[in-house]
Design a protein around this ligand. Structure first.
Ligand code: 1PR
Length: 535
C-alpha cells in the first residue's frame, strides 16, 4: 500500500498527467501507480485525474476490473480526489458521444455546454467558484480563480444536492466540486491553478492541516480574460536552444553576423513568467516546420523541465505533422503530439498542417478524418488542440477583388485602400496560401480545433497594438476561444483588444522578454479598466 507519504495515482495514459505528478512530488509525496484493481483497494489516498474522452475512460476501467474497485473504494469513504473527467465519471452517464454509462455514484447526467446562445465552448480558462457548502479542500478558495478546460459538465439538482460543494457560472451554474466525507472531486484542474491549486492539493494530502471553519463567502463571477506569455524557441547558430523574437517574423539581428536574436533560456523564462502571474505559457518551436520535433529532443526536455515549476497550462507548437525520418521510419502527427503531451504539454498548437487540412476540407467538402488536427482532437479532445494562424494583411480596394472574406480597415492602406483580407501563410510566414484567416478559422473549428491562436505578421514585434480589425473578424466568426497575438506594446493594448473584440485571451512576447512591461502591470491595468482577470 506504500508508505504514509505515498499517493496512489490512477493514470491510464490518455493525456498530460505529468504536471499533476510534479505537483504531488513538490508537495513532498511519492507516487504509486495503479496497475491492478487491488492497488486501488489498498490505497491510502487515491487521485484520479480523468483525461481524454468519457467512453474511453469507462472502457478502460471496465476492462481492467477497476470500475468495481473504484466504487468499493469510494463507498467505503476512503480518501479520494477526482479531477475533471475524474469528477464526471462518478455520475450516472454522459452525453459525450453517448449516452455512455458512468460509475453511477452520484445522481445526474453529464451534458455538453449549450453554445447556441453565443457561449464559447470549450470552457477554457480561469473562473471563480460559488461555494455552496463546506468543501474542506476548498477552504479559502472562494473568489480566487481556478483553471477549467472542458466541454461537458454536470448540473446541480435536488437529487445530487448532498454532494455539491461548489458551483461555477458559465452559461449556467454547473457543478465545480463535490464532496462526501473523504471523497472529493473537482471539475477544474488544481495542478494547473497556480498557488491556489497547489494549496487545494495540499489540503487533500494533509487533511489534518485543514481546519474547516464556516464555508468561505463566494461571489459569482465570469470567466477571466487570460494574459499569455509566448516563447518562440529555436536553436541558434551554435546549436543552443534559445528564446528568440522576431520583427514581422524575422528573428535575425540586423548586424553583419546576422545571428539569431537571443532573449534568454526557455525553462528559466517560463518559470519567471509563471511567478509573475502569466495565466498560461506557450512555447512555439518556430523551426519545427523543417526540423523533426522528435529528433529535436531539447524541446521535449524544455517541456519536461518547465512543467516541474510551472503550474499553469503549457501549450507547445511547431512541427506537428506526419513525418518520415532519414531511416524511413514513419511517425504520425498523433505520435508527435503524444510525445509532447507526455512531456508536459496541456495543449498542442498546429500551424502549417492545419492550413493544408482546411484547404483540403474546403475543396472537397468532406472531413477525411486523417488530418493531424482531426486525429489529435479525436484522441485528446478538442480542448487540447490549438490552431495557430499566421496571416498577412493584403490591402484591396473593394471586397470584390478577392474570393475571401475582407474587412473595411480602420486605417487605410498605403495607396488609400479601404479594405483588406488576411492571407494565411505556412512555414513560419514564408509561403502565402490561397485561403484567408476567416475561412481557415471557420474550417478548423469544424475539423475539431478547440481554440485559435491568432497572430498577425504585420504587427508582430512592432509594439503598436493588436490588429483589432483582424481579431474582431475572427473572434466574431467562431464560437471557440480566440487568443489575440502580435503587436502588444503596452498594458493599454490589452484593454483595447478586450474592449473592442471578443478575444478570450491576449498573448505577448517581446514586451515581456525585454522586461518593458511585467505581466503584473498588464493585470493591474486590466483590473483598473474593469476587466476580469486572475490576480
Ligand atoms: O507550422 O505547425 O510548424 O508551427 C510553427 C509555429 O511557429 C506557428 O505557431 C508559428 O506562428 C510560429 N512561428 C514560425 N515562425 C515564426 C517566426 O517568428 N519566425 N513565430 C513563428 C510566431 C508569433 C507569435 C509571437 C507574437 C507576439 N511568432 O508567437 O510570439 O507575434 O509577439 P510580440 O508580442 O512581440 O508582438 P508549424
Amino acid at each position: 500500500s506504500g508508505g504514509d507519504n505515498a499517493v496512489t495515482l490512477l493514470d491510464y495514459g490518455a493525456g498530460n498527467v505529468r504536471s499533476l505528478r510534479n505537483a504531488i512530488r513538490r508537495l513532498g509525496f511519492d507516487i504509486k501507480d495503479v496497475q491492478t484493481p487491488d492497488d486501488i483497494l489498498k490505497a491510502n489516498r487515491l487521485i484520479f485525474p480523468g483525461v481524454g474522452a468519457f467512453a474511453a475512460a469507462m472502457n478502460f476501467l471496465n476492462e481492467k476490473g477497476m470500475a468495481e474497485a473504484l466504487c468499493d473504494y469510494i463507498n467505503n469513504d476512503r480518501p479520494f480526489l477526482g479531477i475533471c473527467l475524474g469528477l464526471q465519471l462518478l455520475f450516472e452517464s454522459s452525453e459525450e458521444n453517448g449516452p455512455v454509462k458512468g460509475l453511477g455514484l452520484i445522481p445526474g447526467v453529464v451534458g455538453r455546454f449549450d453554445s447556441s446562445e453565443g457561449l464559447r465552448v470549450p470552457h477554457i480558462g480561469w473562473n471563480s467558484l460559488q461555494i455552496e457548502k463546506d468543501a474542506g479542500i476548498l477552504d479559502d478558495v472562494a473568489s480566487r480563480h481556478v483553471y477549467f478546460v472542458h466541454s461537458y459538465r454536470a448540473m446541480p439538482s435536488d437529487n445530487n444536492e448532498e454532494w455539491v460543494t461548489a458551483t461555477c457560472n458559465y452559461g449556467d451554474n454547473f457543478i465545480a466540486s463535490v464532496r462526501r466525507g473523504n471523497v472529493n472531486a473537482v471539475q477544474f484542474h488544481p495542478e494547473k491553478s497556480g498557488d491556489v491549486g497547489l494549496s487545494i492539493l495540499r489540503r487533500f494530502l494533509h487533511p489534518k492541516s485543514s481546519i474547516s471553519k464556516k464555508p468561505a463567502e463566494g461571489k459569482a463571477s465570469k470567466l477571466a480574460k487570460r494574459v499569455i506569455a509566448c516563447l518562440d524557441v529555436r536553436a541558434n547558430d551554435k546549436g543552443d536552444l534559445v528564446v528568440t523574437k522576431g520583427d514581422q517574423y524575422d528573428v535575425r539581428e540586423q548586424t553583419e553576423e546576422n545571428e539569431v536574436r537571443n532573449l534568454g533560456k526557455p525553462v528559466e523564462l517560463a518559470g519567471q513568467y509563471y511567478e509573475d502571474g502569466a495565466d498560461e505559457i506557450s512555447f512555439l518551436n518556430i523551426t519545427g516546420f523543417r526540423d523533426f520535433p522528435l529528433g529535436d529532443l531539447p524541446m521535449l526536455q524544455v517541456l519536461r523541465f518547465a512543467s516541474e515549476n510551472v503550474f499553469v497550462p503549457l501549450t507547445v507548437g511547431g512541427g506537428i505533422r506526419d513525418f518520415t525520418d532519414a531511416n524511413g521510419r514513419h511517425y504520425t502527427s498523433l505520435e508527435v503530439a503524444s510525445e509532447y503531451f507526455r512531456s508536459g504539454a496541456d495543449k498542442i498548437s498546429i500551424g502549417s498542417d492545419a492550413v493544408y487540412a482546411a484547404e483540403e476540407y474546403l475543396q472537397t467538402g468532406v472531413k477525411s478524418g486523417k488530418s493531424s488536427l482531426e486525429q489529435i482532437s479525436r484522441v485528446y479532445g478538442n480542448q487540447a488542440v490549438v490552431v495557430s494562424i499566421d496571416p498577412r494583411r493584403v490591402y484591396i480596394n473593394t471586397p470584390n477583388d478577392v474570393p475571401f472574406k475582407s474587412v473595411k480597415v480602420t486605417n487605410l492602406g498605403p495607396n488609400g485602400e479601404a479594405y483588406a483580407w488576411y492571407q494565411c501563410t505556412v512555414n513560419g510566414g514564408r509561403e502565402g496560401r490561397p485561403i484567408g484567416a476567416y475561412e481557415l478559422a471557420k474550417a478548423v473549428q469544424e475539423l475539431g480545433a478547440g481554440e485559435i491562436l491568432l497572430n498577425c505578421i504585420d504587427c508582430d514585434g512592432q509594439g503598436k497594438g493588436f490588429d483589432i480589425d483582424l481579431v474582431k473578424l475572427i473572434s466574431d466568426a467562431v464560437s471557440i476561444p480566440v487568443i489575440a497575438s502580435s503587436g502588444a506594446g503596452s498594458p493599454e493594448h490589452f484593454s483595447e483588444v478586450f474592449k473592442k473584440t471578443n478575444a478570450s485571451a491576449a498573448l505577448a512576447a517581446g514586451i515581456f522578454h525585454r522586461k518593458e512591461v511585467p505581466v503584473l502591470s498588464v493585470k493591474e491595468h486590466l483590473l483598473k479598466e474593469g476587466i476580469e482577470v486572475r490576480m
